[in-house]
Write a protein that binds this ligand. Structure first.
Ligand SMILES: [Zn+2]
Length: 826
């Protein structure tokens, strides 16, 4: 009850302040918290305020996949608004990102709402927070600039809000059984491509993130708040965060979180609202809305209200009380306002400590040197550019330090490398993203414990404790190919995702492409297995074959080598049975119930936005009606499949007659330990004798930590690779795989174990419990089982996980294009 009164009173006091600026309630026609506002209505309200107030400017910084605007409001005094560019530059000078001396006397607070679309109270709170700031809290704005992004995931929010508004009862039904409390697959949490935007800050794979980071990094606020919701029975959570804290986080960042938390606690105690701190939400994985800002000098914080996709306008909790949207808004409103209050009261401290964060690069490694495949380096450079991380190029040289491949102090010799120094404004972020292993104070973390980018990008690297010398910046030169109408064919390398995009474009332009299963030599050049061969004889019927081919090669910056002859001086000729035609596959992907929305989304985004190759997404529930002979490839993303007998037998006979089935992660369970397939799960015998007594007597308080023995929460493993197998073309004999769980399968008795863990698997980076490691001995990572005229490819680890494991993507492309079932017909 007290909650409702509090909300009511600030609306009434607000009314008296302003004639032209309407409150959210006046503008929208309903009291905030009694309806879910559509994103367009929220944007309309922010526009209304900006049009009628000198205290607010409102800008569109981009669009989502579904064309909804991404926006932010700058809220401060008219005087500050007139000087806003200087205030912004001052902030960047204070961080050292811009040169010149800084005279900072303002606090910059950035409030991000509704990153998870169905945690929908926070966007509602953004409107009342905006209104409160420019009516009752004006004095704080004298020294504080508040940036409000009312919704960083508009597609997800509207998916939720539109669904809720469609199904809700009038008046709303608080019974948890009601439809309005049970969102259908995939729910509103993620964005259009079903990515979790709160895992994407550092990898920047999504349009929302990429556009937001441009604005965010042009401000680099002192404080960033990411508003969330958790289960309906939880109290409110706010800073300080839980262990593990990344060791790079400064004492001031820890202390100030506590200061802010105590201010929130004051208001929560006054209202009789429960909260907790220092538990569950840790600060380690660098791609969150709290950690990424923290690693770039900000006070990054997550606030969690009870609610989420099941809460609706009101729901009965397990204690019998009702959680309403009105309550949820009041809590997020309170912490948002309290955050601004603390910023305004601590200007000097915030600015001096902010400057210190950037000046003291007190980190172990001073420089990271990376060399390797040019496309991989280019992909990494694209990411560095998004974050405003500086780097230099070096031509042929040496660098000594911790070698990522051997784990020893060694010298890396290279023809071309990039150096990334930690002596730069983003130096601490660099350290977090590149260090071989993050120090963990406890393995019980909320997310993956390893992400080190040299492994993710498949590069050779050393981490140096001394700065690198020399090195000049070199920009990428566009590669241009020329015609050779007499050549019997053109050759192009195959070892990167860009090569796969190139192949995808060629196939769609109806150009026929082959690959060689064996190494060969033509014109004194040695070509690896997997090399693409585009012959004139295959493409005779195409008009302007050379022109079309060269245009596409130039677009993707590919080097085409014209061959003077198709007669190889060693290895197969162009006409050899070892030179195989790549079919243009018709690809189906399972979606909907039974699939993991994150895994399906990552697959969907991979095809549409990265590979640019068409697919047909088929709901598992529709699988019975599909004529499978219309497809060459079926991708089964991670999921919990329970296919009907009919579908399963149709799929088996489709594989036997030549289908290429690719099963990822949880999809393997459908085939494991069954009659028709060779795949077997690894079962560890349960501990016997003394061990079992010991394990029975583990005290209650130690159980949580004990469970970590069987835990792998996202760790990097070095795998052995059979690089002679088409699934591994373009790879060498080792591959670093990101393992996100402890599922383990034995090596295939019949079939091909293409990437696997040996009898002494060790986590190269990240946490892995002893029992989990035991289970992983001699286990499969990627394998192929020929069945009849078709194949099934098993991917125990999902190379498309969160789209950031750049070096895994070629395995997936190989599974689609190169590992054709025809390869096995002798
Ligand atoms: Zn959330």
């Amino acid at each position: 009850m007290r909650i409702k009164l509090a909300i009511l009173s600030f609306f009434i006091t607000s009314l008296s302040f302003s004639q032209t600026i309407k409150s959210p309630e006046e503008f929208l026609g309903y009291k905030i918290g009694t309806q879910f506002s559509r994103h367009a209505d929220v944007v309309a309200y922010f526009k209304h305020v900006a049009e009628n107030s000198e205290w607010v400017t409102y800008t569109e910084y981009g669009k989502t996949n579904e064309r909804r605007p991404l926006t932010y409001a700058i809220v401060t005094t008219p005087q500050n608004q007139n000087n806003i560019e200087n205030i912004r530059l001052n902030q960047l000078k204070n961080a050292g990102v811009e040169s010149g001396s800084a005279s900072p006397d303002k606090a910059i607070v950035w409030l991000s709402y509704n990153v998870h679309g169905n945690e929908a109270s926070s966007t509602e709170a953004s409107m009342v927070t905006l209104y409160e700031l420019i009516t009752n809290k004006k004095e704080w704005l004298e020294n504080t600039v508040v940036i409000i992004d009312p919704c960083i995931n508009p597609d997800g929010r509207d998916r939720y809000a539109n669904w809720y508004n469609k199904v809700k009862a009038t008046p709303y039904d608080t019974n948890p059984d009601a439809e309005e409390h049970n969102e259908p697959w995939p729910g509103g949490r993620a964005n259009h491509y079903l990515f979790d935007l709160n895992r994407d800050w550092a990898w920047a794979t999504q349009v929302e993130t990429r556009q937001r980071l441009k604005v965010y990094n042009s401000w680099m606020p002192h404080i960033h708040v990411d508003f969330h919701e958790q289960g309906i029975n939880e109290p409110y959570y706010f800073a300080p965060a839980a262990e593990p804290f990344h060791s790079i986080i400064t004492p001031f960042q820890r202390d100030f979180q506590t200061l802010i938390g105590k201010n929130h606690a004051k208001y929560f105690d006054q209202n009789g609202w429960l909260f907790f701190t220092r538990e569950r939400f840790d600060l380690l994985y660098p791609s969150y809305g709290d950690t990424y800002p923290t690693y770039t000098g900000s006070m990054g914080m997550t606030y969690e209200q009870a609610g989420g996709g099941s809460a609706g306008l009101g729901i009965k909790k397990s204690d019998g009380s009702i959680l309403t949207l009105v309550d949820r808004v009041a809590h997020h409103f309170t912490t948002g306002i309290s955050t601004v209050e603390m910023a305004s009261a601590n200007i000097e401290k915030l600015n001096t400590e902010f400057a210190k964060y950037f000046s003291a690069a007190n980190v172990k490694y001073k420089n990271f040197t990376l060399s390797g495949e040019k496309d991989h380096l280019q992909a990494l450079i694209n990411l560095l550019d998004v974050h405003g991380i500086q780097y230099t190029f070096s031509e042929s040289g040496k660098s000594t330090g911790y070698n990522y491949t051997t784990g020893k102090q060694e010298t890396l010799t290279y023809d071309e490398a990039i150096n990334i120094s930690t002596n730069q404004p983003k130096g601490k972020l660099v350290h977090v993203l590149f260090e071989p292993e993050a120090a963990l104070s406890t393995p019980l973390t909320y997310d993956i414990t390893a992400w080190s980018l040299p492994y993710a990008y498949g590069l050779n690297a050393v981490a140096n404790t001394k700065p690198a010398t020399g090195g000049t910046f070199k920009s990428k030169m566009p590669m241009l190919n020329t015609l050779s109408k007499t050549a019997p064919g053109y050759l192009s390398k195959w070892n990167s995702m860009t090569d796969a995009k190139f192949l995808s474009a060629l196939l769609q332009a109806a150009i026929k492409v082959r690959f060689s299963e064996r190494e060969f030599v033509i014109d004194d050049i040695t070509y690896s297995a997997g090399t693409l061969i585009i012959t004139r004889s295959d493409n005779n019927a195409l008009e302007n074959f050379d022109d079309v081919l060269i245009q596409i090669a130039n677009k993707f910056n590919r080097t085409l080598t014209p061959a003077s002859t198709s007669f190889a001086s060693s290895g197969p000729d162009f006409g050899s049975p070892y030179v195989k035609l790549i079919n243009k596959p018709r690809i189906a992907v399972f979606t909907g119930e039974q699939t993991s929305s994150l895994s399906y989304g990552a697959t969907w985004q991979f095809f549409e936005q990265q590979l640019e190759y068409p697919i047909t997404s088929i709901a598992v529930s529709e699988a019975d009606r599909v004529n499978w002979s219309d497809y060459d490839v079926l991708v089964m993303p991670n999921g919990r499949y329970k296919l009907s007998e009919n579908t399963l037998s149709q799929l088996k006979s489709w594989v036997r007659t030549g289908g290429n089935l690719i099963a990822v992660d949880g999809a393997l369970k459908l085939f494991a330990d069954t009659e028709d397939f060779n795949l077997k799960t690894v079962q560890l015998e349960s501990p016997k004798g003394k061990d079992s007594i010991t394990s029975k007597l583990i005290p209650y308080a130690d159980r949580e930590m004990d469970s970590s023995k069987s835990l792998i929460s996202g760790s990097i493993f070095k795998t052995d690779v059979d690089s002679t197998h088409p699934l591994a073309f373009g790879y060498e004999n080792t591959y670093y795989s990101l393992k996100i769980g402890d599922d383990a399968y034995s090596l295939l008795d019949e079939g091909y174990n293409v990437a696997y863990l040996n009898d002494n698997p060790q986590s190269t980076s990240g946490f892995a419990g002893n029992e989990a490691l035991n289970k992983l001995k001699n286990s499969l990572i990627f394998g192929v089982e020929p069945i009849g005229r078709g194949t099934i490819t098993y991917m125990v680890d999902d190379p498309l996980f969160r789209a950031f494991w750049e070096n895994g993507k070629l395995f997936f492309a190989n599974a689609l294009f190169i590992n054709n079932p025809n390869n096995y017909r002798k």
